[in-house]
Ligand binder design. Structure first.
Ligand code: NAD
Ligand code: LMR
Length: 329
């Protein structure tokens, strides 16, 4: 049977994450080894040549699943018929730029992209926002797309999730594959809260196994939350291969489901669960099945976790208020 190709739009396609992402999408890692894809690459006009160069390389890979590549600087064209959209391109913070300036500059990108998704994407569109500040950029895009179900707009905290699993594996000597039910709560920022109180390592509760709250507070949480900055310091550029890998993981899990007994972390519009104000795009523990996700309910939030979740959610509320004041949502 010949399957209809899935249209995957990638913005910021000529950037460093785009370069690490596109080959993996085209080789079947995003959606599955039997799912053909068509790529739409969106870039700003001066970067179209570089995107063309990446497309030439994709051609040269002769990927059996890749059924076409379009390159454009027009969001209305890029999102036309899109089934999956990876919003990677964003305005980075530059010297002297205030937080409000950054939010405003990104509003200029994510608001029109949200509108273009609203007007042109396929009915089953799934959106992942990677470009920072990812949660609030996702909120801006979602607010500009009133005809698309809000839950289709998600923000990436899977990199934080993967980083936390890797740190736990290194601490305990466990295999990465033995670590389950880890949660990232809140914002993809230094306020995020990686929670191991419900996590399991080879079937045992992770917090009990480690039994060291000082390590959690002083080593694990700051290492995970500040890992992005540490990579920038070490590499002279922000994470790219690991960010692309996390974007692949996020969409693959959303489309193909979480394993029995496990969950993942996704930035999603809150339904009010766990005291997170409705509508904020905040990271939660979620299970996925048949292309939909559900927040894991009924977890006990202890005294260690509660203020940490609240602090990150408070930051998200402040970002929302700032973009609201700027008329972006
Ligand atoms: P980059 O600067 O290498 O590439 C960004 C690309 O986006 C550039 O090619 C630029 O031309 C393009 N771009 C800018 N405005 C655009 C627009 N309006 N439409 C289409 N394309 C546009 O950056 P990168 O390293 O690829 O990172 C991209 C973003 O991802 C950054 O905001 C970064 O902070 C963020 N990031 C997020 C996570 C996460 O976990 N959520 C992790 C790593 C990086
Ligand atoms: C990361 O977590 O690696 C990035 O979000 C860091 C950044 O500021 O680009």
């Amino acid at each position: 049977m010949t399957r209809t190709p899935v249209n995957v739009t990638v913005t910021g396609a000529a950037g460093q994450i785009g370069y690490a992402l596109l080959c993996r999408i085209a080789s079947g890692h995003l959606l599955g080894p039997d799912v053909p894809v068509k790529l739409r690459l969106l870039e700003i006009t001066p970067a179209l040549g570089a995107a063309q160069g990446t497309a030439m390389e994709l051609d040269d890979c002769a990927f059996p699943l890749l059924r076409g590549i379009d390159i454009t600087d027009d969001p209305n064209v890029a999102f036309d018929g899109a089934n999956v959209a990876l919003l990677v391109g964003a305005r980075p913070r530059t010297k002297g730029m205030e937080r409000g300036d950054l939010l405003e500059a990104n509003g200029g990108i994510f608001k029109p992209q949200g509108r273009a998704i609203n007007d042109h994407a396929a009915d089953d569109i799934k959106v992942l926002v990677v470009g920072n500040p990812a949660n609030t950029n996702a909120l801006i895009a979602q607010a500009a797309a009133p005809d698309v179900p809000a839950e289709r707009f998600t923000a990436m905290t899977r990199l934080d999730h993967n980083r936390a699993i890797s740190q736990l594996a290194a601490k305990t000597g466990a295999a990465v594959s033995d670590i389950k039910r880890l949660t990232i709560w809140g914002n993809h920022s230094a306020t995020q809260y990686p929670d191991i109180f419900h996590a399991e390592i080879a079937g045992k509760n992770a917090a009990e196994l480690i039994g060291d709250e000082a390590w959690l507070a002083d080593a694990f949480i700051p290492t995970v939350a500040k890992r992005g900055a540490a990579i920038i310091e070490a590499r002279g550029a922000s994470s790219a291969a690991s960010a692309a890998n996390a974007a692949i993981d996020h969409v693959h899990t959303w489309v193909n489901g979480t394993a029995d007994g496990d969950w993942t972390s996704m930035g999603i519009p809150s339904d009010g669960s766990y005291g997170v104000p409705e509508g904020l795009i905040s990271s939660f523990p979620v299970t996925t099945k048949d292309g939909a996700y559900e927040i894991v309910q009924g977890l006990d939030i202890n005294e260690f976790s509660r203020p940490r979740i609240d602090a990150s959610v408070q930051e998200l509320a402040e970002e929302r208020d700032a973009v609201r004041a700027l008329g972006l949502i």
